[in-house]
Design a protein around this ligand. Structure first.
Ligand SMILES: Nc1ncnc2c1ncn2[C@@H]1O[C@H](COP(=O)(O)OP(=O)(O)OP(=O)(O)O)[C@@H](O)[C@H]1O
Ligand SMILES: [Mg+2]
Length: 247
């Protein structure tokens, strides 16, 4: 039994099948990068793991417990599985500190003093201790994304899902966000990351998963997938990435 398992997961939007039997087993402390063409189902897969979408077939298990389907405790699941989106999604009317402390106080029942102490430690970790009372629109995109990441970390998740978290950032801001992910990976957090940052995936991932039209077509170490992809579709995809100068 793996720490996080997707077993033959099927997801459709109406008549449109998006995940067509995805099986993926992820061990604790692993960093898994999901790659594949636009529309192949990366975001949908992550959203299913966090129960933001219902699945129609198969199941998802975390630490042995089924966390998909009817009757699951969605709030308990989301305490264990954090998600960060491309578009940051910070609360615009709240300071950085309040963005980070809101869920620990409301959902985990932490005292404000505790939650703020933790938030300040996390802010320091990502180099933003000066920004505690700033509002999101007073921060750069990279700074906002760093806040979004520590907002997820403030819930002490067991798994962190990252959906193209650098895609909305100017190139010079990408590194500061990826450095944090690298740091979290080194700390042993279990991470699933949908990304177009192939050189980062190559460096940091334990496993690369190539999704194509809603199925896992190929999966392996970065060396295997980037060095010697066996499936023609993977080869075509990687050739395009190389041609675009992204690997
Ligand atoms: N809420 C929705 N309703 C209907 N169809 C959807 C919805 N969300 C996604 N889809 C469809 O599901 C498919 C997979 O979308 P998804 O967003 O998972 O792809 P992706 O791999 O994340 O792509 P990208 O690299 O562009 O982010 C697409 O065909 C998309 O049009
Ligand atoms: Mg996506």
């Amino acid at each position: 039994m793996a720490f996080l398992e997707l077993n033959d997961v099927e997801k459709s939007y109406g008549e449109n099948p998006v995940l067509r039997g995805v099986t993926l087993h992820i061990e604790k402390h692993q960093v898994v990068c999901l790659i594949g063409a636009s529309g192949c189902g990366k975001s949908t897969l992550l959203r299913c793991v966090n129960a933001l979408e219902e699945i129609q077939g198969g199941d998802i298990r975390l630490d042995g417990d089924v966390v998909s389907g009817e009757g699951i405790d969605v709030n308990a699941l989301r305490r264990k599985v954090g998600i960060v989106f491309q578009s940051f999604n910070l609360f615009p009317h709240m300071s950085v500190l309040n963005n980070v402390t809101l869920s620990p106080i409301r959902v985990l029942g932490r005292s404000r003093a505790d939650a703020e102490a933790q938030a300040r430690t996390l802010l320091k970790r990502v180099g933003l201790e000066e920004k505690a009372s700033a509002f999101p629109d007073q921060l750069s995109g990279g700074q906002q994304q760093r806040v979004a990441i520590i907002r997820a970390l403030a819930m002490n998740p067991e798994v962190l899902l990252l959906d193209e978290i650098t895609s909305a950032l100017d190139p010079e801001l990408v590194a500061e966000v990826l450095n944090i992910v690298r740091d979290l990976a080194e700390d042993g957090l279990t991470i699933i990351m949908a990304t177009h940052e192939m050189s980062f995936a190559q460096e940091v991932a334990d496993q690369i998963v190539f999704l194509h039209e809603g199925v896992v077509l190929e999966q392996g170490t970065p060396k295997e997938i980037f060095g010697a992809p066996t499936h023609e579709r993977t080869q075509v995809f990687l050739k395009k990435i190389v041609a675009a100068g992204r690997l």
